[in-house]
Design a protein. Structure first.
Length: 73
């Protein structure tokens, strides 16, 4: 199992944090997620190929709020 953390720069709404968390949990291979609104970080654990993960996460974040910038930590 691999852990990744992403900074969600510009995350300014707790409701958006919940939406992002719920959608990232549905990605194939994702076992656990946590979006911390205070630190603006998305942490997740997953199994499998990680090559498509950053793009999938960026797409989810853009669909929730296109002003949030996703950066790997």
């Amino acid at each position: 199992m691999t852990r990744k953390t992403y900074l969600l720069e510009g995350l300014c709404c707790p409701n958006c944090a919940v939406k992002i968390d719920e959608q990232v949990k549905r990605l194939p291979g994702v076992k656990q997620t946590s979006v911390d609104f205070q630190s603006t970080r998305l942490s997740l654990e997953f199994e499998g190929d990680e090559s498509s993960l950053p793009g999938a996460i960026a797409g989810i974040v853009r669909s929730v709020d296109e002003d949030i910038i996703v950066t790997a930590c």
